[in-house]
Design a protein around this ligand. Structure first.
Ligand SMILES: Cc1cc2nc3c(=O)[nH]c(=O)nc-3n(C[C@H](O)[C@H](O)[C@H](O)COP(=O)(O)OP(=O)(O)OC[C@H]3O[C@@H](n4cnc5c(N)ncnc54)[C@H](O)[C@@H]3O)c2cc1C
Length: 340
């Protein structure tokens, strides 16, 4: 019997394991045969990452000083002289998080059955059964654990990435907002040092539109989905963390820093549950209260902004850009907007 079974070896699962294994017996189950693969993320992570891990040159591809936002007629430049974010290789980052873990990590072990009993949790992969006192669902946007409880994110949007082999060590990312082509999303370009990433985020994202917008020919494809919206994240003997819990910024689709933040809270609540020998839904409720206090307002504001943006027309977008152009937005935090 394990103390905790963590489903999913992405950043949320691996960071939770790092915090839990100091005092508890943890098993990590991961459906893919290699940690960090396939990559389904741009890896543009704010400097808040430093609050969780020591930055290792091995996973950093570029450092970013700001962003240039384009509408059809206007442009806004945001800049922080000290730097705002890093472009990381998510494959290498996830492997870095796994490197020093002492817990058992079973690869090629997709969870296909979950059974929450009164006194333990039973989980099945490839016909093998594992048991634990607590289950931590860190299994990403299509979470099997979340689905087991019949919980759904408000919305699922698609993120598409095209990587081209061109050197580009510029330190600005660029975003394009075009209400005719993408009513609910945006296009982006990220300089990755030895390559360039072109991407798009939308409910209706398609590689054909991405190719057309950036006039792309030869490129490497990456793609994934992003859950948007608040949902329930605690159940008897179970917590959800990261994308599985919808802990994602609704304005950008970014979720790594929120996942790490909530992994910290989940680990703390789980340790308390073991101390008080209480794994009930009522006890675990404090997890959701705490993470909503930390990031709930940002997500709610992001959801409101997303709805406002969807309803905005071409002229409204230009007006918004014109208004924002004169403002000093350089102090905005990528994860926690300053006005909250
Ligand atoms: C195109 C795109 C670009 C993005 N760019 C950024 C960005 O620049 N910055 C940012 O912060 N965020 C970005 N995101 C979001 C980011 O990728 C996620 O928020 C982040 O990966 C969430 O981490 P996680 O550990 O919660 O989930 P994941 O990273 O999805 O990890 C979940 C893990 O669970 C495993 N798993 C799934 N189901 C099972 C199962 N049944 N059994 C066992 N294992 C299972 C998966 O294989 C995976 O390893 C992007 C997303 C997309 C789609």
């Amino acid at each position: 019997m394990y103390d905790v079974i963590v489903v999913g070896a992405g950043p949320s699962g691996l960071y939770s394991t790092r915090l839990l294994e100091k005092s508890l017996k943890v098993l990590v189950l991961e459906e893919h045969k290699e940690i960090g693969k396939p990559i389904q993320c741009s890896g543009l992570i704010s400097n808040n990452l430093e609050n969780f891990v020591k930055i290792d040159r091995g996973f950093v591809e570029n450092e970013i000083r700001g962003a240039i936002l384009h509408s059809q007629k206007n442009e806004i430049k945001l800049e922080k002289p000290g730097g705002v974010a890093r472009v990381i290789d998510r494959g290498k980052f996830d492997a870095f998080l796994a490197k020093d873990l002492k817990s058992e990590i079973m690869l090629s072990s997709g969870v296909r059955r979950v059974d929450i009993k009164k006194d333990f949790v039973s989980v099945e992969t490839n016909g093998k059964e594992f048991r634990s006192r607590i289950l931590l669902g860190c299994d990403g946007p299509n979470s099997f654990v979340r689905n087991h409880f019949g919980v759904k994110p408000g919305e699922i949007i698609r993120g598409l990435i095209a990587i081209t082999r061109e050197d580009d060590d510029s330190d600005f990312v660029e975003l394009w907002f075009d209400k005719t082509l993408l009513p609910d999303g945006f296009f982006w370009k990220i300089p990755r040092g030895e390559s360039v990433e072109y991407g798009m985020l939308s409910r209706d994202a398609e590689f054909k539109s991405l190719e057309r917008f950036f006039k792309l020919k030869d490129y490497e494809k990456r793609a994934g989905v992003i859950p948007i919206g608040l949902q329930k994240t605690y159940f008897h003997r179970t917590l959800l963390v990261g994308d599985a819990a919808g802990q994602v910024k609704p304005w950008s689709g970014g979720g790594v820093v929120y996942g790490l933040t909530c992994a910290g809270i989940a680990s703390d609540v789980i340790k308390k549950a073991f101390l008080s020998k209480d794994f009930s839904e009522e006890f675990l409720n404090q997890y959701e209260t705490r993470w909503r206090k930390e990031i709930g307002k940002s997500i709610t504001l992001g959801l409101m902004f997303r709805e406002f943006y969807k309803d905005l027309n071409k002229e409204g977008l230009e007006k918004l850009f014109e208004k924002l152009k004169g403002k000093n937005l350089n102090e905005l935090d990528m994860d926690f907007p300053i006005w909250l």
